[in-house]
Ligand binder design. Structure first.
Ligand SMILES: *Cc1c(COP(=O)(O)O)cnc(C)c1O
Length: 390
């Protein structure tokens, strides 16, 4: 590729991006065609259909927004909240805080329901928040909080929110394609994700799904949407029969996303959730033997991102650099309040594989021993293998 800059091949087991399947990467190298070329339209239509499948949604608006998860996040807020309107946001980690920050910048009247990092947002928290803020127009929260490895029970939270007949925005960036998520059954109104986490594609697109309540809110706006680029009232016209130009669609990313979505369909979404669950279980068994403890509250642990407390006397940066240099493995450190306290191990999409768990456990064990943090070999891999065979 580049003769001067060396780009290593890493095993991506951090908070994202995760690995993309080779056939997904190959699609990026396909010759570019125009975004208004009729030859592209079947690609667009197939993407819309398969996005509804991965969201487990109904016949609603689904499209990929150019930009990463944060662009989809910003689109959700910018389109559903008008200046001065009250939005109630559940905050139990870094990405909940980001939602609140974005909402402030779009001049929303922001109220938060806060939970300690490592704990979930529960229906009763939102219920109380709504009782204290009866003028709330939209609720937003993160399904899978990637900064802590915690899953919040969205299904029951949706029920509480809908008693008020207002829409809920759900961040499914680290759950879409990896954790059980039923957008239609759970009645999520605006759900968004990202391609580089559990969908097994490269970074660059943020899928969104808007169902009836969200569309109603969008179409009844009294003020213009403050962002031109993420204005879904016009963006969707490119994805409809109109095929109207709004911005140049990132065509090669679309080829690649289509392949990734086809792989999800071929595997089956339920099988995919199960794979993530089994692999997380096996990794946890191995980590346990190494004396590495979980950070997230047990009942609410994610299968796509395992958060662990950094063992005593381990130098966070040095250790993670050793993982890069000696094993080509990436795991992530903590964000914000838990920086230097936790590691975040992602088992997302194509990265969530048995062979990666073996490589990581062997690397962790070797480094803990050579750095003097672990006295004897414990053979963590063996215990994780036993978990696999059960
Ligand atoms: C990664 C992430 C985002 C932001 O996505 P980017 O692709 O980094 O822009 C938003 N929310 C959650 C829960 C995430 O994990």
């Amino acid at each position: 590729m580049n003769t001067e800059i060396h780009i290593p091949e890493r095993i991506l087991l951090g908070a994202g991006p995760s690995a993309a399947h080779p056939s997904v990467l190959a699609e990026l190298a396909r010759p570019t065609i125009g975004h208004l070329d009729p030859a592209l339209f079947p690609v667009n239509d197939a993407i819309k259909k398969l996005l509804r499948y991965v969201f487990q949604s109904d016949d609603s608006l689904a499209l990929p927004i150019p930009g990463t998860g944060t662009a989809a996040m910003e689109a959700a807020i910018a389109n559903l909240v008008e200046p001065g309107e009250k939005i109630l946001i559940g905050v139990n980690g870094f990405f909940g805080m980001r939602l609140a920050e974005i909402a402030k910048r779009y001049s929303a009247n922001v109220e938060t329901v806060n939970q300690e990092w490592g704990l979930p947002i529960l229906p009763e928290h939102i219920e109380l928040g709504l009782k204290n803020n009866p003028d709330t127009k939209v609720v937003a929260l993160v399904h899978a909080e990637t900064s802590t490895g915690v899953l919040s029970p969205i299904q029951d939270i949706c029920k509480v929110v809908h008693q008020k007949n207002i829409p809920i925005i759900v961040d499914s960036v680290t759950s879409l394609g990896g954790e059980k998520l039923l957008t239609a059954d759970w009645d999520i109104d605006f759900c968004y994700g990202a391609t580089q986490k559990c969908l097994g594609a490269t970074p660059g697109l943020g899928p969104v799904n808007l169902r009836a309540r969200a569309l109603e809110k969008l179409y009844s706006r009294k003020t213009p949407i403050a962002t031109f680029y993420l204005d879904l009232l016009t963006v969707h016209k490119y994805w409809d029969a109109e095929r109207m130009y709004h911005h140049t669609s990132p065509v090669n990313n679309l080829f690649s996303l289509l392949r990734a979505l086809q792989l999800v369909k071929e595997e089956g979404i339920e099988n995919r959730w199960l794979r993530h669950k089994k692999n997380a279980f096996a990794l946890r068994k191995g980590l346990d033997v190494l004396g590495i403890k979980s950070f997230a509250s047990q009942e609410y642990e994610l299968n796509t991102l395992i958060s662990v407390i950094i063992p005593d006397n381990v130098d966070d940066m040095k250790f993670r650099n050793q993982l890069y240099d000696q094993f080509n493995i990436e795991i992530s450190g903590g964000l914000g309040d838990v920086k230097g306290k936790i590691w975040r191990i992602g088992l997302m999409g194509y990265s969530s594989r048995h062979e990666n768990i073996v490589k990581l456990l062997n690397a962790l064990e070797t480094l803990l021993i050579t750095n003097g943090n672990l006295k004897n070999k414990v053979n963590a891999v063996k215990y994780s293998e036993e978990a696999f065979s059960n």
